[in-house]
Design a protein around this ligand. Sequence first.
Ligand SMILES: CC(=O)N[C@@H]([C@@H](O)[C@H](O)[C@H](O)CO)[C@@H](O)CC(=O)C(=O)O
Length: 317
Amino acid sequence: MASPVGKKLTGLVAATFTPLTPEGEINLPVIGLYIDYLLEHQGVRNVFVNGTTGEGMSLSVEERKKLAEEWCGKGKGKLEQVIVHVGCMSLKDSQDLARHAAEAGADGIAAVSPSVFKPSDAGVLRQFLQEVAAAAPDLPFYYYHIPALTGVSLLARDVLDGIEKQIPSFRGLKFSGGDLLDFGQCVSYCPSDWSVLYGVDEQLLAGLAMGANGAVGSTYNYLGSRARSLLTAFETGDLTQARTLQFQVQDVISYAVKLGFDVAVNKRLMSEVSGLDLGPPSAPEALPPPPGRLHRAEAPRGRPAGPVPCQNPKRDG
Ligand SMILES: CC(=O)N[C@@H]([C@@H](O)[C@H](O)[C@H](O)CO)[C@@H](O)CC(=O)C(=O)O
């Protein structure tokens, strides 16, 4: 079992999609191929499973367990870190998933805030996170901050206040929001052995400038290679190149936004770029656009028509 003082989580982390059959059942055999694709074509060695992109909140606890087992089992010896998201509306389900992730061999767990009955203040949320983390005390624990989806408008910095005293296994957070004041305050609060991971892929460079140790995001599934180059350019001080690469990522994302960028469109984009059959989104997403649309529809304004500028092993070898 991994120790909470295990390797610091840095670099890119792909927030994985959940492969489904056309009937909506989880499609476990795709996961081994998915891992090979991330490693071989995107150079991404860390994954965040059952999060927003993975539609974790729309899956049953049993489905989430099977997915966690498959990612941990097939990723063993290949991936660097498998972080399993265990957040649920129910504390008991979250604890059950946390215990299960530890048994399955995860390298860390993360949890979002409950979002129907929302915590009234940061202390209440910290208490919830503490009770989840305590179910798997030997695993590094991360807070997953995504206010636009949870509707929980607490500052992440307030959630962090004194959290190390309540959660000895606490090792950082995934910050999926655009408030760079709050993000900077988190960076400044966190000790150097914690990981502060930024989660808005179109603004990664801003997150890095503010001190992010890495990034978790959906687009690193198919733009991972480009985003890695961005990280390298930033680390070597080549801001011009880093900005150019960020603009390219932004072009793809704003193109997808015009197609109604949601999990359905995002998943379809990943299927088309990777050649993996990830299937439909989980209900109740809108139906995805017809196959091929994402590659053949008009290009972003001012750019030549053609496929989105991603590496495509099916076409590019
Ligand atoms: C709202 C949302 O899904 N945000 C994504 C981003 O990667 C996002 O897709 C990207 O920045 C494009 O907007 C991640 O922050 C979410 C994530 O990492 C996850 O799936 O757990």
